[in-house]
Design a binder for this molecule. Structure first.
Ligand SMILES: Nc1ncnc2c1ncn2[C@@H]1O[C@H](COP(=O)(O)OP(=O)(O)OP(=O)(O)O)[C@@H](O)[C@H]1O
Length: 425
C-alpha cells in the first residue's frame, strides 16, 4: 500500500504483526505515536502518546506482541502492515542467551558471546539491536562489538569498535556512541588489508574479553558481535577468525543455508550455530545507497544531526608538524623480503606518508599511540579529522576536527582510504 497523503492515519495492529514504512523524500517528516497497546521499534518500547519523528532514509518496523493502535502523521513512500515477521524466532534467541547469562552469573564466569552473520542486507545490524535492547530490558549490560568496517556504525566507516550498552536504543537515533573503544583499519572492506583486519579484530576481542572481568554485570551479560556481509572466500575466513578470537558460544546465521552449513562444519561442536530467517521488511541497498550511508555516517560524526548538532573546528597544520602514517606497505613476494620477514609482515608495516595533494578529503585517525615504536595497530584511536584543503605552496593542510586546535602534542595520525567531501552549509 502506498501512502501519498500527508493526513493523519491510524493503524490497528493485531498481536505479532508490524507496521513497516520507508521515507525517501528529502524534506519528508513523519510523526508516529502509540495510541494504545504495546509496541516496540527494533526492541525499544514506544512510550504511549509520545510523538517520534522520522526523516529521509528511515526504514523501520514497529512491532507489537500484544496488539496496538498507532497514529501516523506525514507522507511516506511505502507503508504497510505485515503479519509475517521472524520476531518470535529472534526473541527465542534472546531467551537462549539469557539462559547462558543466568548460568554465567551463578558461576561468576563470562556470559555469552554471540556473532550475528549473514550476507548483505539481511538485517544483521537490526538483529543485534533487538538482542541488545532485549538484554538491557532484562537488566543486563552487554557489550556491542561492530566489526563491519564498511558501516562503522560505532565510530565511522573504516574502523571497528565496541560500546557498552546501558539502556535501550533511542527510537530515532539508535544507541548512544559514548566512550567507544575504536580501532583503525583504514579500509572500507577487510579485503583492503586482510592481515591488518584480522589483527585488529583479535586485539579488540582480547581487550574487550579482558574488560568483561572488570564489571560483574557486564561479565555475565556478554558480547553481541555484528559482522560484515562478505561471507564467501576470504570473507568467510574472516568470520571464522572472529568467532575464534571472541570464543563465540553462539553464531546466528541470517538467511543463508550455505553459510550455516559451512559454519556447522568448521566451528567446534560446542558452538551453537542457529539459522534464522531474514525479515521480509529488510530493505536491500544498492552500492550507491551504501556509499551515501557511509558519507552520512561520517557527516554525522562531525556535524551531529538535527536533534543534536555538533560544531566542528577547522585549523591549519604545517606539513612539518604532521606525523602521518599508513599501515601496510605495497606487497612484495617473500623472495624480495629481508631475511626472516614474510610478505604478511609488510601488510602490518607502519609507513610514513609524505603530505601531498592526494591527501585531500581523506579521513585521518588520531591514534593513542605516541610513536611508531608503540604497537600502533593494537592501540585504539581517539577520534578522526578530515583533510579539507592541501596548500602545497604554504606546505600546510586544513583539518576538520571535532576538537579545537592544536592537535595533541606528538599526535600520530593514520591515513584512511575513506574520503569525505565537506560541503556542509
Ligand atoms: N522488519 C523490518 N521492516 C522494515 N525495515 C527493516 C526491517 N528490518 C530491518 N529493516 C531496515 O533494513 C535496512 C537493512 O537492515 P540492516 O542494516 O539490519 O541489514 P544488514 O544485514 O546489517 O546490512 P549490511 O549488509 O549493510 O550489514 C535498515 O535500514 C533497517 O532499518
Amino acid at each position: 500500500m502506498t501512502e501519498d497523503s500527508s493526513e493523519t492515519k491510524e493503524y490497528t495492529l493485531e498481536a505479532d504483526s508490524e507496521l513497516r514504512f520507508e521515507i525517501e523524500h528529502k524534506d519528508a517528516k513523519v510523526l508516529v505515536s502509540l495510541v494504545s497497546g504495546f509496541a516496540e521499534l527494533f526492541g525499544t518500547e514506544l512510550v504511549k502518546k509520545k510523538k517520534y519523528q522520522f526523516c529521509m532514509g528511515a526504514k523501520v518496523a514497529i512491532f507489537t506482541y500484544h496488539g496496538c493502535v498507532l497514529q501516523v502523521i506525514g507522507k511516506m513512500d511505502v507503508c504497510y502492515v505485515s503479519k509475517e515477521t521472524p520476531m518470535i524466532q529472534y526473541v527465542n534467541c534472546h531467551a537462549a542467551l539469557e539462559q547462558f547469562r543466568v548460568e554465567a552469573e551463578e558461576q561468576d564466569k563470562r556470559g555469552p558471546v554471540a556473532l550475528v552473520v549473514g550476507p548483505l542486507d539481511v538485517g544483521k545490524s537490526t538483529l543485534c539491536r533487538i538482542l541488545l535492547n532485549y538484554a538491557v530490558r532484562a537488566g543486563r549490560r552487554p557489550l556491542y562489538a561492530d566489526i563491519d568496517v564498511g558501516q562503522g556504525a560505532i565510530a565511522i566507516p573504516g574502523n571497528v569498535g565496541t560500546i557498552l550498552i546501558e539502556r535501550p536504543a533511542s527510537v530515532e537515533d539508535g544507541f548512544p556512541k559514548t566512550a567507544p573503544l575504536v580501532y583503525h583499519v583504514g579500509h572500507k572492506s577487510p579485503s583492503g588489508n586482510s592481515v591488518l583486519y584480522n589483527s585488529v579484530v583479535s586485539k579488540m576481542a582480547e581487550v574487550t574479553l579482558k574488560s568483561l572481568d572488570a564489571n560483574k554485570r557486564t561479565k555475565s551479560s556478554g558480547i553481541i558481535v555484528n559482522t560484515c556481509g562478505w561471507v564467501k572466500g576470504s570473507g568467510y575466513a574472516h568470520l571464522l577468525h572472529a568467532a575464534r578470537a571472541y570464543g563465540a558460544c553462539a553464531i546466528f546465521v541470517l538467511d543463508q543455508e550455505r553459510l550455516y552449513n559451512e559454519l556447522l562444519r568448521d566451528v567446534p561442536e560446542n558452538v551453537q550455530v542457529v539459522l534464522l530467517p531474514k525479515s521480509g521488511g529488510v530493505v536491500e541497498r544498492s552500492k550507491e545507497v551504501r556509499h551515501e550511508a557511509r558519507d552520512q555516517r561520517i557527516k554525522e560524526y562531525f556535524y551531529g544531526n538535527v536533534r543534536a548538532p555538533f560544531y566542528p573546528f577547522s585549523f591549519e597544520v604545517k606539513f612539518a608538524d604532521l606525523r602521518l602514517y599508513k599501515i601496510g606497505a605495497p606487497p612484495l613476494p617473500d623472495s624480495c623480503m629481508p631475511i626472516g620477514m614474510k610478505a604478511e609482515d609488510n601488510q602490518k608495516k607502519v609507513v610514513a606518508v609524505t603530505p601531498s595533494q592526494a591527501l585531500l578529503h581523506h579521513i585521518l585517525a588520531l591514534s593513542f599511540a605516541e610513536s611508531i615504536d608503540d604497537d600502533v595497530i593494537g592501540t585504539n584511536v581517539a577520534g578522526f579529522c578530515c583533510v579539507t584543503e592541501v596548500d602545497m605552496e604554504r606546505q600546510a593542510v586544513m583539518l576538520l576536527s571535532p576538537q579545537p586546535r592544536p592537535l595533541p602534542p606528538n599526535a600520530l595520525l593514520l591515513w584512511s582510504e575513506m574520503q569525505f567531501m565537506d560541503n556542509h552549509a
